[in-house]
Design a binder for this molecule. Structure first.
Ligand SMILES: NC(=O)c1ccc[n+]([C@@H]2O[C@H](COP(=O)([O-])OP(=O)(O)OC[C@H]3O[C@@H](n4cnc5c(N)ncnc54)[C@H](O)[C@@H]3O)[C@@H](O)[C@H]2O)c1
Length: 321
C-alpha cells in the first residue's frame, strides 16, 4: 500500500482523488491546505487527516509519497524537504515560475533517486503513445498548434507573477506534447497582448492572447496561437507536417495519421489523469521510475520554453533556449 499526503486541496486535487480512489494500492492519509476548509472537504471525502502545516504532511513515518498541488508560486522548498526526508514526489505542472529554482530542484531530485513525476497527464493517452511510436525515425518539418479557452476561476491565476499566465499554466500541456513527440525547442519569439483585458478593465496582469513562433533543434519550425478569453471557440489542436505524412491531434486524445498507406482516426477511451496516477503509485510501489512518462527534470524543460516565451514577449525579441 502506498501512503500519500497532499499539499494543496483545490481543483486539481479533486481530480487526483477521483483517480486514486479507483486504485487498490493507494490511500490518502494526510492533507494540508492554506484554506483549512478545503483540507477538511478532502478529509471528509478520503478519511485523510487534516494537518496544520505542509511540514507536518512531509512526515516519512506517515507517508511514502507527496502530491504537491499548490499553485506554482506557492511551492517554496516543499520539494527539497520531501527529498531530504526520502519522500517520493508528484509535482503538478507547471513546476514553478522561476526556471533557476526549478532546475536546482530538478538536480536535487534526480540525484536522490526518489520516484518523481511532473503532472503532464496528457502523455498517458494511448493515442499519443501511438503517435510517438509512429514518429520514430520520421522528420516533422512544420508544427502548427493552438489552445483557446477561458480563464481559471482562482485569483492567483490572473497575476502574471503568480501563474505565468495561460501559456505557462495551461498551454504548457501542448508545449509539452510538442517536446515529447517531436523534440526540443531551440528558439522562441512571442507576441503577447492584453488588449482585450485592458478594454474590459479586467484586474489582471496576464496576457489574453499570444502568437508564438519557434524553432526546434531538429530544424523544424512552428507556431502556437493561444487565448484564455475565447468562450465560443475552445479546445486545442496540434498539426505535425512531414514530407510524406501528416499527424493531427485534436483536444489531446483524438489523433489522425495520414500517409501513403493509411488514413486512420482514433480517439482514446482512456482517462489520462487515472493513468497518470496509476503509473505514479505503481512506480512508488515497485521502485520503477521508468513507469513515469514525465519526470520532474523533463517538466522543467517545458517550463523553460514557456518562461522564455514570456521573456520574449516582454523584451520584444527572439529568445534562445
Ligand atoms: N495537470 C493538469 O491538467 C492541471 C489542471 C489544473 C491545475 N493544475 C495545476 O495544479 C496547481 C493547483 O491548481 P488548482 O486548479 O488546484 O488551483 P486552485 O486555486 O483550485 O487550488 C489551489 C489550492 O492551493 C491552496 N494553497 C495556496 N497556497 C498554498 C500554500 N502555500 N500552502 C498550501 N495550500 C495552498 C489554496 O488554498 C487552494 O485550495 C497549479 O499549479 C495548476 O497549474 C494542473
Amino acid at each position: 500500500m502506498v501512503n500519500i499526503g497532499f499539499i494543496g486541496a483545490g481543483g486539481i486535487t479533486q481530480n487526483h482523488i477521483q483517480a486514486l480512489k479507483l486504485l487498490s494500492n493507494a490511500q490518502v492519509v494526510s492533507v494540508y491546505d492554506a484554506n483549512r476548509e478545503a483540507a477538511v472537504r478532502l478529509s471528509e471525502a478520503t478519511g485523510a487527516q487534516v494537518m496544520d502545516s505542509a511540514d507536518q504532511v512531509l512526515d516519512r513515518s506517515r507517508i511514502d509519497a507527496v502530491y504537491i498541488c499548490t499553485p506554482q508560486f506557492a511551492r517554496g522548498n516543499l520539494e527539497e524537504t520531501a527529498v531530504e526526508r526520502g519522500i517520493h514526489l508528484f509535482v503538478e505542472k507547471p513546476l514553478g515560475i522561476d526556471l533557476e529554482v526549478a532546475l536546482k530542484k530538478a538536480e536535487m531530485i534526480e540525484q536522490s533517486g526518489l520516484i518523481n513525476a511532473a503532472g503532464y497527464c496528457l502523455r498517458y493517452y494511448d493515442t499519443l503513445q501511438e503517435v510517438k511510436q509512429y514518429l520514430q525515425g520520421k522528420h516533422v518539418h512544420l508544427i502548427q498548434a493552438h489552445r483557446f479557452g477561458t480563464a481559471h476561476s482562482s485569483r492567483w491565476w490572473w497575476q502574471l507573477e503568480q501563474s505565468g499566465g495561460h501559456l505557462v499554466d495551461a498551454v504548457t500541456h501542448q508545449v509539452d506534447l510538442i517536446r515529447y513527440l517531436v523534440g526540443e525547442f531551440s528558439e522562441v519569439y512571442s507576441q503577447s497582448s492584453n488588449s482585450a483585458f485592458a478594454r474590459m478593465k479586467q484586474e489582471s496582469t496576464i496576457y489574453d492572447a499570444g502568437a508564438l513562433s519557434f524553432g526546434l533543434e531538429s530544424g523544424a519550425v512552428g507556431s502556437i496561437t493561444e487565448s484564455c478569453l475565447s468562450p465560443y471557440c475552445r479546445g486545442s489542436e496540434i498539426k505535425l507536417f512531414g514530407a510524406d505524412f501528416y499527424v493531427h491531434i485534436e483536444n489531446n486524445k483524438k489523433v489522425t495519421i495520414m500517409d501513403g498507406s493509411r488514413h486512420i482516426t482514433q480517439t482514446s477511451q482512456l482517462n489520462a489523469m487515472y493513468e497518470e496516477n496509476r503509473a505514479f503509485v505503481n512506480a512508488v510501489e515497485s521502485g520503477r521510475q521508468d513507469l513515469i512518462l514525465s519526470s520532474y527534470a523533463d517538466g522543467a524543460k517545458t517550463l523553460a520554453f514557456t518562461l522564455a516565451a514570456n521573456r520574449s514577449a516582454a523584451e520584444k525579441r527572439a529568445v534562445a533556449l
